[in-house]
Design a protein around this ligand. Structure first.
Ligand code: AMP
Length: 356
């Protein structure tokens, strides 16, 4: 285990709210963060010691950045992998590149989960208009068409109902390579959030019950209902096997559907995750702090609950304008991400409610 002393510099690829919250957690432990992001108005850079504003494939800029860091991590899983191979010798990278390779490709991700004993939705690859017909015949309707790469928060997705004209859906995904997924009938959605240390120790946070609206996470609540808890062990075991197979270091999140036949794996995020934001006030050690601990080779912190019940509500678009009313409720912990422009569907902040 390579322990980085306080005062060391942590490089963060990506400049959004996850990088912002990682940077705050790192600062609390005495580390400096250097954010690397392509947009000048990065909300992570605002709270970091250093900022490089450059494109993700600018190898010269990436090399200078990595040489100034003692360890590099990422808060965004669509970082191009090719340039990361080039900076490998400059500083250790956690989580590993293998995790990005898998998470950036919805098909590779499902195959990986299946290879480790998981169940996924039925799926078929769609590489062109002709294979869309074949894929839908195979997985049936209703179905969801998702771009294989670069999809998040319901973007790059089209929901297919029985009898729909498939041409419309092909247009909706702009003719990009896709995966067609059969629609899973589920009672609940939940996520397994774990942290794995450099010595292979794995700790899990309480399982949150996640409610999505329009493909975007709206609410996470823990403790989760019994229907989820009954499936927790199987889901955790799968996530831990996947983490071990990747020799993973840091926080890993796997999203599941709770179905009559047990947990169905949906996708993984090789990073801190929105469904773990409640851990800032609701757990003894937050996902952000434990990610920093893991990548810096420190002992992992206690992931136990710090309240009887915790609820996290995302503030999407204009919901964040209610900040004054939200502050008036003593159970609320308000987080605003400092994003200048409110746009519909944009994650502007979140509120965590702790009940004792
Ligand atoms: P994703 O981007 O894959 O996380 O999808 C966003 C949300 O769409 C999920 O959290 C589910 O609510 C829903 N969803 C995605 N895939 C499926 C599926 N195969 N069956 C049913 N619902 C799905």
């Amino acid at each position: 285990m390579r322990t980085l002393p306080p005062g060391s510099t942590i490089g963060i690829l990506g400049g959004g709210q996850l990088g912002r919250m990682l940077s705050v957690a790192a600062a609390q432990l005495g580390y400096r963060c250097h954010v690397y992001a392509p947009n000048a108005n990065s909300v992570a850079a605002e709270v970091a010691a250093e900022f490089t504003c450059a494109q993700d494939d600018d190898v010269a800029a990436l090399t200078r950045f990595a040489e100034s860091c003692d360890v590099v991590t990422f808060e965004f899983e669509n970082v191009p992998v090719g340039p990361l191979h080039e900076i490998r010798d400059c500083a250790p990278l956690h989580p590993p590149i293998a995790a990005l390779d898998i998470a950036q490709n919805r098909i590779a991700e499902k195959v990986f989960a299946r290879d480790h004993g998981g169940t996924t939705a039925p799926f078929a690859e769609v590489s062109d208009r002709a294979t869309l017909d074949i894929a839908i015949a195979e997985v049936g309707t209703p179905a969801i068409l998702k771009t294989i790469r670069m999809g998040y928060d319901g973007k790059g997705q089209s929901r297919i109902r029985r009898g729909d004209d498939l041409e419309d859906h092909w247009q909706a995904v702009a003719g990009k390579p896709c995966v067609a997924e059969g629609f899973v009938t589920f009672s609940h959605e939940f996520s397994v959030i774990l942290v794995r240390g450099q010595d292979g120790e794995v700790r899990f946070w309480n399982t949150p019950h996640n409610v999505h609206e329009d493909g975007i996470l709206a609410i996470s609540t823990t403790p989760a209902p019994d229907a989820i808890l009954a499936q927790q062990d199987a889901a955790r075991a799968l996530a831990a096997r996947m983490a071990e197979a990747m020799d993973y270091v840091g926080v890993l999140t796997c999203e599941f559907f709770a179905t009559e036949a047990g947990p169905v794996f949906n996708e993984m995020a090789p990073r801190v995750h929105n469904s773990g934001h409640w851990t800032i006030e609701g757990a003894v050690t937050s996902q952000f702090e434990n990610h920093i601990r893991a990548i810096c080779g420190l002992p992992l912190g206690d992931t136990g609950l710090a309240a009887k019940r915790v609820e996290m509500h995302n503030l999407i678009g204009p919901q964040a304008d209610e900040w004054q009313a939200l502050l008036a409720d003593g159970a609320n912990h308000l987080h605003l991400y400092g994003k200048g422009e409110t746009r519909p569907g944009r994650k502007m902040g979140h509120v965590t409610k702790t009940y004792f």
